[in-house]
Design a protein around this ligand. Structure first.
Ligand code: HSE
Length: 431
């Protein structure tokens, strides 16, 4: 058996403690599978004395994560601190510069500095592995980088944030308010420290930037992701979606188009019959459209200590075996700078919910404005007014059109004065 792989873990929160537990529980099998014993040799955390449900007696404690990253007592640095700057970035850079391989779950760090870190890893001949950074326990990084290496990928999309899917699922199934569901997600430990990262779509965008680079062999480009969160989704939208044969999900979508790579995060209507529509609660799902394999959907836990630790430990096992994959599938110098397709050129169907003023000609004028922009309507439903009969809900579903056309049509409808509230617009994603 080769010499012991000595692991340093920085960050002993839910995930860090689970990694330590899993390495301990699976020690024999991991040694048999990788040909090396894997041992936690050092840890770093804010509180050295907290009970984390794992025996760390005899493991060196470092109050400074960067000192752990550089220490001669470890071969591999596991960063589970979080954040795109500060200690996380400093310690990862220190480890790579010292020629130590790094395993991280830090999507924010990778989305912002992934290219620089991959270059650093390449120069030091160290591994930089991040399976846990996207969709928790789902092995989507390995799937894109290795499993689908023989394919050309056209689109990758998915439910990448468990908190948002949990909120939307409970709102729909139990008729609960957004705020109640968010509070429960926080209590259960799914949400980020600042839940705006979840509900505003930013966490999904970080993960999408990583998937996009892996899928298309392009440089990470988190700056050019169009991002909308779920904060404005109402029970009325979820109900209307169901009646129309859809379900609302927060999706991250990256696709090749004639105009370049389109990257977007937004609440999305998906057909009720699609695999992704069945995914409820904190579960994540990623669908890949690829030429040889056609369509592939992976479903699994996207958050939680043990599920995320499963991905971290898989990366540690790869490194123990001596695997050093190019972090984003290609050497850094071969990653392309892709053309970016602006959101205005996005093509697809749209759901539009309007609060129309209840006067003669309003519905006709709305339909006319759509037709003026060449938008064909798949359905138009006017509902009975509520207590206030001066306003009627109107729900439109369009055939494929462009983002620019729908925005122009809605601006004209608003300017006509037929609308009492800001229109609600949700894009439709077909299989
Ligand atoms: N806050 C994230 C989520 C955790 O809800 O999916 C996993 O990245």
């Amino acid at each position: 058996m080769d010499k012991v792989l000595r692991v340093g873990i920085a960050g002993l929160g839910t995930v860090g403690a689970s990694v330590a537990r899993l390495l301990h529980a699976q020690a024999q099998d991991l040694a048999a599978r990788t040909g090396r014993a894997i041992k936690v040799a050092g840890v770093s955390a804010r509180d050295p004395n907290r009970d984390r449900g794992v025996d760390l007696a005899g493991v060196a404690f470092f109050s400074d994560a960067t000192a752990l990253a550089q220490s001669d007592s470890i071969d591999l640095f596991v960063e589970l601190i979080g954040g795109d700057e500060g200690v996380a970035r400093k310690s990862v850079m220190a480890a790579l510069t010292a020629g130590k391989s790094v395993v991280t779950a830090n999507k924010a760090l990778l989305a912002k500095h992934g290219l620089e870190l991959a270059a650093l890893a390449e120069n030091s001949r160290a591994a930089l592995a991040f399976e846990a950074s996207v969709a928790g326990g789902i092995p989507i990084v390995k799937t894109l980088r290795e499993g689908l290496a023989g394919n050309s990928i056209a689109r990758v999309y998915g439910i990448l944030n468990g908190t948002c899917n949990y909120i939307l699922s409970r709102m729909e199934l139990e008729g609960l308010s957004f705020a109640e569901c968010l509070a429960d997600a926080q209590k259960l430990g799914y949400a980020e420290a600042d839940p705006t990262f979840d509900i505003g779509g930013f966490d999904t965008a970080h993960k999408l930037a990583i998937l996009s680079s892996l899928a298309f062999g392009v440089k990470l480009d988190a700056e050019n992701i169009s991002i909308e969160g779920i904060q404005d989704i109402s029970l009325a939208d979820l109900k209307a979606a169901e009646e129309l044969g859809f379900r609302v999900k927060l999706l991250g979508v990256a696709q090749r188009t004639a105009h370049g790579v389109e990257q977007r995060v937004h609440p999305t209507m998906v057909p009720l019959s699609s695999p992704i529509a069945q995914v409820m609660g904190v579960t994540n799902a990623v669908t890949v459209d690829a030429d040889a394999v056609n369509e592939l959907t992976l479903v699994g836990p996207g958050a939680g200590g043990m599920a995320t630790a499963s991905a971290v430990v898989a990366d540690i096992a790869d490194i123990a075996r001596g695997i050093r994959s190019a972090p984003f599938g290609l050497p850094v110098g071969h990653l392309a700078s892709a053309e970016k397709s602006p959101m205005q050129r996005h093509e697809g169907g749209y759901y539009v919910r309007l609060a129309a003023r209840n006067h003669i000609g309003a519905a006709a004028a709305i339909a006319r404005r759509m037709a003026d922009r060449g938008i064909s309507l798949e359905s138009i439903v006017q509902r009975r007014p509520g207590d206030d009969d001066s306003v009627v809900p109107v729900v439109l579903v369009t055939y494929a059109t462009t983002e620019a056309s729908i925005r122009e049509a809605l601006a004209a409808i608003v300017a006509d004065g037929h609308i009492a509230e800001k229109p609600q617009v949700i894009r439709i994603e077909r299989e």
